[in-house]
Design a protein around this ligand. Structure first.
Ligand code: SAM
Ligand code: DTB
Ligand code: SF4
Length: 325
């Protein structure tokens, strides 16, 4: 595995990276209190420190995916016990979206277990985007890799955000996924941005990557021009039946450090405390907010795995004096 001090994957521009791996690695190695103080300072320059944006997820097409992402419950090659489900009918999607809005979510994110949609797959999703938007919610979809012309169709339907994670650093990518490359992911991100849709892109930590690889991941995200508007930082949910089921959990303080590095290097982006929150204590989540996380996935379920109950989140927000964006 080669390690180098500059982000090695293709970027969306040809200039030098805004943040090199070495620079982010230096942030990672700061004393914890100094790192959190710096992250909190940066956070306060750009955001209300007590306001958290909430997005609700819905899996609109579940399981049966052709790809081999080593963390994923929905890859058909792993026996995870997940029941596949064809595309959800529009009325069911709208029911879930209305509930999300009533519970206080500002964005509704619809996910499909595709390598990428065929044109005929996209048509019903365009309807969902239009109708969810008409409810007064921000819209987000995560459908995999897009073909030419598809991002423009999504934009015309009223899509606000497209989620497409780069997932892990270029140098660790092939350890996690072999059926597509990180370059493929950057291509889709470029087409989304060119269509005028906001980019939501982040990654997963706790997959056995080194700290250096975590620094490289953050450096790659921060060196996009511009950085993604939303940056989900996922803590691996260890799903039985996947190759990553038995990995040891990441040190919680290392997770907080990752959030702080994302905040410092992407000062204007929403940094989302994403998957893995159900396993976190309230105290650990509070540290993540202190480190600059200002967004969460909200609602009892992520795509196929659990998330804290709405009641637990409402209570946590009240205890911490947090309000929604
Ligand atoms: N198939 C599409 C794709 O790959 O972009 C959309 C759905 S996919 C499930 C969306 C993202 O969920 C992945 O890129 C990954 O970052 C995250 N994810 C999936 N399984 C996860 C797990 N077990 N733990 C943490 N994050 C996970
Ligand atoms: C993101 O970064 N995390 C979300 C969303 N974008 C699509 C998905 C998390 C999935 C966790 C495992 C599951 O529930 O299947
Ligand atoms: Fe398929 Fe997306 Fe899961 Fe990869 S992360 S296996 S592309 S659903």
């Amino acid at each position: 595995m080669t390690m180098c001090s500059t982000a090695s994957a293709p970027r969306l521009a040809t200039s030098a990276p805004a943040w090199t791996t070495a620079q982010v690695a230096e942030l990672f190695s700061m004393p914890f209190n100094d790192l959190l103080f710096r992250a909190q300072q940066v956070h306060r320059e750009h955001f209300d420190p007590n306001a958290i944006q909430r997005s609700t997820l819905l899996s609109i097409k579940t399981g049966g995916c052709s790809e081999d992402c080593g963390y994923c419950s929905q890859a058909k090659r792993y026996s995870t016990g997940l029941e596949s489900q064809a595309l959800m009918p529009l009325d069911e999607v709208l029911e879930k979206a209305k509930l999300a809005k009533a519970n206080g979510s500002s964005r509704f994110c619809m996910g499909a277990a595709w390598r990428g949609p065929k044109d005929r797959d996209l048509e019903p999703v365009l309807e969902m985007v239009k109708e969810v938007k008409a409810l007064g919610l921000e819209t987000c979809v995560t459908l995999g890799m897009l073909r030419e012309g598809q991002a423009e169709k999504l934009k015309d339907a009223g899509l606000d955000f497209y989620n497409h994670n780069i997932d892990t650093a270029a140098e660790f990518y092939a350890e996690v996924i072999t059926t597509h490359s990180q370059e493929d992911r950057f291509d889709t991100i470029a087409s989304v941005r060119d269509a005028g849709i906001n980019v939501c892109s982040g990654g997963i930590v706790g997959m056995g990557e080194s700290r250096r690889a975590r620094a490289a991941l953050i450096g790659q995200l921060a060196s996009m021009e511009p950085p993604p508007q939303s940056v989900p930082i996922n803590n691996l949910v260890r799903v039985e039946g996947t190759p990553m089921a038995e990995l040891p959990p990441i040190d919680p303080f290392e997770f907080v450090r990752t959030i702080a590095c994302a905040r410092i290097t992407m000062p204007k982006s929403y940094v989302r405390l994403s998957a893995g929150r159900q396993e976190m204590s309230d105290e650990l989540q509070a540290l993540c907010f202190m480190a600059g996380a200002n967004s969460i996935f909200y609602g009892d379920k992520l795509l196929t795995t659990g998330n804290p109950d709405v009641e637990r989140d409402v209570a946590l927000f009240a205890r911490l004096g947090l309000k929604s964006v």
